[in-house]
Design a protein around this ligand. Sequence first.
Ligand code: CA
Length: 701
Amino acid sequence: MCPRLARARAAARCLPLVAAVAIATCYGHAKPGDIDRARLLAADHHPDQWLTKGGGFGETYYSGLKSINTANVSRLGYAWGFDTGTVRGLEATPIVVDGVMYTSGVAGRVYALNAATGKLRWRFEPKIDPRVYRSVCCDSVNRGVAVWQGRVYVAALDGVLYALAAASGKVLWSADTIIDRSRGYASTGAPQVAGKVVVIGNSGGEYDTRGYLSAYDLQTGRLTWRFFTVPGNPDRPPESSALKVAAKTWARNSRWDIGGGGNVWGNMTYDPRLNLLYAGTGNGAPFGHARRSPGGGDNLFVASLLAINPDTGRLVWYYQETPGDEWDYDSDAPIVLATLKIDGRPHKVLMHAPKNGFFYILDRATGRLLSAKAFVPVTWASGVDLESGRPRRNPQADYDTKTAVFSPGEWGGHDWNAMAFDPQTHLVYLSTTTGDAVLANSTDKTRHPGLLNQEVDATPPSGVTLADPGSDLSAWDPIAQRIVWQVPTAQFWDRSGVLATAGGLVFQGSADGHFRAVDATSGKALADLDTGTSMVAAPMSYSIKGVQYVAIMAAWGGAGWWIPNPAFAAYRYGNAGRILVFRLGGGRTPMPQPLPPIGPVPAPPPQTASAKEIARGQALFDSDCSVCHINIPRGGTPDLSRLPPAIHAMFDQIVLGGLLQDDGMPQWGDVLSKDDAHAIHAYLIQASWDAYRAQQKEKAN
Ligand code: CA
């Protein structure tokens, strides 16, 4: 408790005015960002605040507010908006404490706003090492800030962790969390405060990285501990006793040089009572089990849940969800804490719905598996044995020696997107994705430093028809282990985060630009607001002076962000990022200006390269450029088959020299030679001629 408040309470009987002033000082606006352990533990009793990315310490994405409810949500309207001035994905859930909203945007920008009006208090724009854009598989996003005792913590895209003053945005300390900048590391996750430290992981399991968590002293920024999630060079001593155990599950000749993966790029949760930090780890790097660890093995701790003592950095328990993962089944999904009655007894549990398609409930003190059941169609395993905790794997899904079809696809049954647990309905709400994928081992044995090192999508074997992919908003009963209701979303890949509230509502934004509220018990649509901005982040709720607000960060992004999709609002209106806030009786949401019609393909420059050079350029484009570029109009990146003459003239300066690196196009001068750049350019000129000739032919007809 605030000492001043304790004194004030003692004095309250004789000096009520002094007490009132002191209480206002403690819980008023005197100290911005004033979140501490006592306040976090009491979060459920103060639903007007939203103290962590998931609202309280359980990260349940549930708000106890009910002014907005099933009876009146049809009156929901626009309260205020804030333009971030960016055009890439927004994935964070804002935090609101004492009337101030703190949230993060593209590449780790931070905004502090008056939560009642949207007026900007301060903003922070980290200077990003532009090389990092070469190793960002899934957009230059950021999944949130942590606010604690007057500080706002954010990890910028290039892995620099910042502690900012909540009052001013001033940098109090910063720490470079990346151990090797020649590798494909980046940071997109929200830092997690745990005890005396703030913890951050990194991404790069599709590149050439070895995953780890770093913990820094909250006050000073000093590195307190570092926990590697997979073993390193077997000729060197392991960094922790946990890694001695882990090393036995990797073949001696495993590709540790590629990194091993196991990156904590997504979610962490902290239980202050058990003093345990929970973290989910990503896929192994490279994906292919036979290539990563020839001879097999579980490859601990890839695709696992870890419980770590944050005071020491020591592993307390682990549970591997996908032993020997080869399907990109990251376990980075949200980790939701709750007390559930299982077999008649209350259990302190954590709930987890990772990409592999099983919904897990574990005793969060011991890591014991309590239940596991598929929440989408799953073919890689027929179930999970509760005694051993191991999945019953289906050998048909292994692609060590053959092309394999499997479900869920590598996009996952559910990914990083927020899922909500409602203690009134006892249901979990989450977006779920179905469909088959096909993978084959890569024959490429070399490591590509700092670049993609993954398997390739393959064509299905003849005679095999793949299940149609789709996405739904699903209500899952975690005790009965079944879907209670399901509402299809606009399209496959439309799988935003969700918020549940005591008003009996589930809120969700959509890639189609609509913000919706449905009845938590039935999924029945109750409100539908067209905003014209695609959404993927999770909404949150707070209240100020008795007015309940629902807020969401709006802009399309994440995996597949560059692919144009006519069903998405971004296709019609572009992707200008904004924070949207709604309230009862609000107005119409201001719509963005529609994009102009797609213009004609400009006449390309003459092709002077040989067919061989063009083919070499295409191969380079496929391996290095296609992770962000697709030559179709209205994607997240420019259509390179429609470049104007001025851009053709600057091609080398852009690609090799980094002319547009502040816009997110990295410089490649240290990776590609001048000849390489010319070959890529020749391929793009060829693609431009193909598009131009097709256009002329259409005109003539
Ligand atoms: Ca992955």
